[in-house]
Ligand binder design. Sequence first.
Ligand code: FAD
Ligand code: NAP
Ligand code: FMN
Length: 660
Amino acid sequence: MDFLLNSFDTTDLVVVTIIGAIGLYFFFKYQSEPAAKMPTGMVPVQQNTTESKTDTSFVSRMIAEKRQVLILFGSQTGTAEEVAGRLAKDLVRYGKKALVMDPEEIEADDFEKITKIENPLLILCVATYGEGDPTDNAQALYEHVTNNEIDLTGVKYAVFALGNKTYEHFNAVGKVFDSRLEELGATRVYEIGLGDDDANLEEDFMRWREGFLPSLAATFGWELSNDGSSDRQYRLEIVEDPAAAVFKGEYGRIGAFEKQRPPFDQKNPFLSKVVAHSELHTPASERNCKHIEFSLEGSHIRYEAGDHLAVFPTNDSTLVERLGKLIDIDLSVVFKLINTDEESSKRHPFPCPCSYQTALTHYVDICAPVKSHVLKALVEYTTDEEQKKTLTLLSSASEEGLHKYSQFVGKERRSIVDILEYFDTCKPPIDYLLELLPRLQARYYSISSSPKKDSTNVSITAVLTKYNIGDRLIKGVCTNYLNGLSVGSPSPIFVRKSTMRLPHRTITPIICIGPGTGLAPFRGFLQEKAWQKAQGKEIGDIVLFFGCRTPEKDYIYQNELEQYKSDGIITDLHLAFSRYTDKKVYVQDLLWENRERVFDLIQNKNANIYVCGDARNMARDVQNTFLKMFVELGGVEADAAQTQFKQLERMRRYQADVWS
Ligand SMILES: Cc1cc2nc3c(=O)[nH]c(=O)nc-3n(C[C@H](O)[C@H](O)[C@H](O)COP(=O)(O)OP(=O)(O)OC[C@H]3O[C@@H](n4cnc5c(N)ncnc54)[C@H](O)[C@@H]3O)c2cc1C
Ligand SMILES: NC(=O)c1ccc[n+]([C@@H]2O[C@H](COP(=O)([O-])OP(=O)(O)OC[C@H]3O[C@@H](n4cnc5c(N)ncnc54)[C@H](OP(=O)(O)O)[C@@H]3O)[C@@H](O)[C@H]2O)c1
Ligand SMILES: Cc1cc2nc3c(=O)[nH]c(=O)nc-3n(C[C@H](O)[C@H](O)[C@H](O)COP(=O)(O)O)c2cc1C
């Protein structure tokens, strides 16, 4: 099989080298820019919240504050950060104050200075993304540690890795850190923990922590000073002044949505307006899928087809009211939560001051399955003995406790609202609850438009998450929020760059595989290709594999796809209907049926392959179909097909954008 050798001609190599160099320049420029730089001449309004003192000299700080333990978290959606915070709280029980830091806040070059601390302990809580990549905030540290021969002799360390088994590179980043730190002379004090989000990451963490803490205590000769059950990280301050400036759902500074200042990103999202909102499924469908367009006017936000749009949702107001009633609070009270550790870089858990209503609506997640440390904290505020016992069991790391937790909270997805309804004698103080609940996170959506067609609007394609567990109806936070928007509704958003890109040469053929909402980025690609054609450029073949249940219910963007086909933009349109005939037909079945044509495009025309949508099953099934194709049509053994597949991935000719 020689498609890899054929892949590049000399012109390609020159073009790729130039683009690569420019790309690297912008990549590093982008990576090294602070998230929200103020345009020159603007005075920052300091009001936040989770703001941090950027301390490049973490070592001097640790020495001055007599901290022996450094906990670094590589986190994109908050789980690793939360786990890091919980471990820090655990260490307080041993009389140890850990420094919890975002690795982005330390200079990577300073990292090895950790050896200057007396008997230092480093704990890494790191998530993996993409193709075994670190999170954005851990990128620089990861590169520094993997590419440099630094000496970490004397450092003791442990890693808790966060990942998901449905992805090919399960916990790759944690594993790399774990082995690399040892190579660099550090001493592992406890085996790596492998958290699997697909099963029950909370249970994995509980099990790991259960062994880790005693082992740590034994290694360092630490002794337990208290059981930690009532440790508080934040103290409550009620704000009585009616004229006080308060947050009303902003993320960075008060008034950020009235006076919007670019650049817009996670810490400073753009308050966009919805300009189109329509249903893509037919009335016959039992599900909903929304096409939503947001205006980018005045934002200077640029995006490319293939990027992701992050949407900040709010919690359902009826749930907020229900929670308020359950713990009997006045939601309009304005308050602040202030870190009791005055040296901590995180002064507030979320933007403060604000009202309880705002905090429960915008800042904390009240729908996610409750974590076991929250259940443990609730015991103290429960009066009924039986309920106390059950909560204690559910939050324990015993086999029985873990099993019960996994069923009652994990599988049955009980949120804090469900728990407080079930344990009706449990009345925790609101400020403690707000301290314990995780931050409400933005959700990502594949952008389903191209700026070449319309740079002032950006669209997404979101299928509504709604399902029953027993008699409880569970609604996905963000899709339920998106479903409730209408034209004119404001919504905070930002664009996140992705690596999924069309080939630089317009004539390179593309093979797109996207069942369900996996079609989203390909709609953007098609708009871009149609634009290229309209500019007089020659465009390569486009082979699209789309799958849905039946043409009568969920064949999204049907008219557009058929129009692109009749206009000759899509050369081959393959539709896999899984619930239309007696036989389930999936995209990979049609890929296999059309293998000769697809293989020819890969082998002889340097086609790029794109896969988008479900990570749990579809992505792997599609990949296996390609491997089978390479074996049969390329005439190679399975091992060689695997190697060639990896090479396609490395060359970015096989790109997957999948989620589960
Ligand atoms: C890079 C990326 C791109 C994405 N692109 C898109 C896109 O283009 N379109 C799109 O619609 N989504 C996309 N998603 C998914 C999206 O980000 C959200 O995860 C999704 O919309 C659900 O969010 P939610 O807040 O409504 O649900 P949440 O409140 O977060 O609830 C979702 C949770 O419910 C669980 N769940 C869902 N269904 C069931 C069920 N039947 N039974 C039990 N548990 C269940 C899930 O496991 C998940 O943990 C993408 C995700 C990523 C990471
Ligand atoms: N995290 C979340 O909350 C969340 C929310 C929404 C979606 N998702 C993920 O996003 C994916 C896309 O969602 P969607 O609702 O747009 O898609 P969908 O409508 O559920 O599925 C699209 C098509 O893919 C088919 N399919 C199922 N398993 C497949 C496999 N192994 N290989 C190929 N095709 C397969 C489906 O068939 P059948 O259904 O008939 O088998 C259907 O025809 C989902 O698979 C889900 O994992 C996650
Ligand atoms: C788009 C996407 C890609 C992911 N890629 C991987 C991966 O390659 N390997 C892995 O083990 N886990 C992967 N995960 C799972 C995350 O690492 C896991 O959910 C983790 O708990 C996230 O931690 P965070 O909330 O701190 O960012 C991925 C998750 C998403 C949403």
